[in-house]
Design a protein around this ligand. Structure first.
Ligand SMILES: C[S@@+](CC[C@H](N)C(=O)[O-])C[C@H]1O[C@@H](n2cnc3c(N)ncnc32)[C@H](O)[C@@H]1O
Length: 226
């Protein structure tokens, strides 16, 4: 089935948010990193600016810069409206208000859009839809990340998660997923199934991190080889 841009609500986070969400140390940042469902975040742009390397995967990278720009401008007001209606579900400490949220997200997505065409030519933005296999050999990367896609979108089901995470673990020595809540800001329905499935062959745990925007969303899942 082809991937429809109309079904995506693009929303991008920045480098500082990625660092906090995944507890990334300076040593983590100098590793080979791949980020799944990376969307219009500015993580890749900001890593590249710091002379670090990251490969971003997302199905939206099959579209053009203009198509992505249009989709962002069509959807952002609705996302902000919904956030405003559900303000009590978020913590407004680092991001102070809905107005501030718009500024932070649009800054990240503008940086992404400006970097997108160059990054595509440099093979930093690769179209890829989970749970399909990727093009990379086993253990090509030290670290694989998923911000605000896996686990959050629990409606995709446990099988989708097990297949996607298995592929991440085939090509990465370690993976980190944030958050472990679903879209209703409660513990995601797929967390226990993921823990049960991978604990025999992998080290798997849940860790607190220094990031909380969805209220109660301050834990990431880490899975690595034993
Ligand atoms: C909420 S955004 C998160 C973007 C980015 N990771 C961040 O935190 O700023 C979710 C992303 O998941 C992507 N996505 C949707 N379906 C996907 C799939 N089957 N495989 C990989 N990514 C997918 C969307 O295109 C979108 O960019």
């Amino acid at each position: 089935m082809s991937f429809e841009l109309n079904s995506v609500v693009p929303w991008g986070r920045n480098f500082d948010e990625y660092r906090s969400m995944f507890g990334l140390t300076l040593s983590d940042l100098s590793q080979q990193i791949i980020s799944f469902g990376d969307g219009p975040s500015s993580f890749n742009f900001e890593m590249t600016k710091r002379k670090r390397k990251v490969i971003s995967l997302d199905p939206i990278y099959q579209f053009s810069k203009d198509e992505l720009k249009l989709r962002i401008s069509k959807t952002k007001d609705e996302i902000l409206k919904q956030t405003k209606q559900n303000q009590e579900n978020f913590t407004w400490t680092k991001i102070k208000s809905v107005y501030d949220l718009e500024r932070v997200r649009m800054d990240a997505m503008t940086k992404f859009l400006e970097d997108f065409e160059l990054g595509k030519r440099q093979n930093r933005y690769i179209p890829h839809e989970m749970p399909n296999p990727t093009q990379y050999p086993d253990l090509s990367f030290d670290l694989g990340l998923s911000s605000h896609f896996l686990i959050l979108y629990s409606q995709l089901g446990l099988d989708f998660h097990l297949q996607s995470i298995s592929e991440m673990l085939r090509i990465c020595k370690e993976i980190r997923i944030f958050p472990i809540l679903n879209l209703n800001a409660v513990k995601s329905e797929v967390v226990d199934g993921i823990l049960a499935f991978f604990q025999k062959d992998f080290s798997i745990g849940i860790e607190y991190v220094d990031y909380e925007f969805q209220k109660g969303g301050k834990q990431m899942m880490k899975i690595s080889r034993k």
